[in-house]
Ligand binder design. Sequence first.
Ligand code: NAD
Length: 327
Amino acid sequence: KLGIALVGLGNYATNQLAPALQQTSLCRLAGIVTGTPEKAEKWSKQYNIPTKNIYNYQNFDQIANNPDIDVVYVVLPPSMHREYVVRAAKAGKQVFCEKPMAPSVADCEAMIKACADNKVKLAIGYRCQHDPNTQAYMKFAKEKTFGKVRMVTCGAGYFDARTTHWKQNKALGGGVMGDMGVYALQGARLATGEEPMSVTAQFHTTRPDIYKEVEETATFQLEFPSGALAACHTSFGINMNYLQANCEKGWFKMEPFSSYSGNKGSSPQGPIDFPLQSQQAKQLDDDTSALMKGMSLIAPGEEGLRDIRVVEAVYKSVANGGKTIKL
Ligand code: NAD
């Protein structure tokens, strides 16, 4: 099994990735990188991680000399992704990085270049792309099962009660657009199988005292080369988790479409409801398998960059009073 080191032991690493790494068949939790000594001690005991595989943010680069670690998985706030992906690549490790890939296109390009220069692969944690339920609706788009997709409506949001987390902090890469917004954007891109040509966006908030520096809710409209349109919504204040595609000769829809489990939907062909034990375990095994076989990754750095190009254009649209931005 390939050894994976998780960098940043916050909510997602603790509650999703570490448990998933107990269910994977091709990789295992071999190391951790944390700034908190108490977490190091707890994880070391819980997951039987030897002291030599535990790093902090200062001595992290020494991971280059550790043969137990094949892959570094960056699970930090988005503004820190670039630094740790580049350091991992320079250490000669394969790299997995959480979404959103980074706050800017320039960051994403630097991350892709660092991995290419050091001859390592870069996978982005788009767990839904590994889910057979997502793959089922992607197939409808690819095969034009119901003719061309004409209109996608997609919403990804939840009520975040926190007020001082990095999600509310611009410098750390917060704001809903990069966070839940990439799910709505992925929904539109995957359900059409196309890349948007233009975007028009608006920001809203009902909690201006909390959402001072970043957006709480974003709505954005996309136009695709085939003429397909998408209306996407994303929010830290509104619960929504659905996708609907209206096609020339039919439709497909998913609700929920981007959960950790239980994604399901339907089309005129019947239900879309494929069982999946752990989406994260599937993602980790799919990506590890691709590394072992030298095959292409399902969601490489270039896929993360595609989304961040649109995210940047969303900010540009809002900064220009809701102008339509060509991509
Ligand atoms: P979190 O706040 O719970 O954890 C962040 C971790 O980074 C913490 O351990 C924190 O101590 C550490 N950290 C180090 N330096 C920090 C700093 N300067 N400021 C703040 N934290 C710092 O966040 P999370 O929800 O675990 O998210 C981490 C990453 O995972 C993000 O990129 C997020 O978008 C992504 N994520 C992905 C999914 C998914 O479904 N794929 C779900 C949740 C989070």
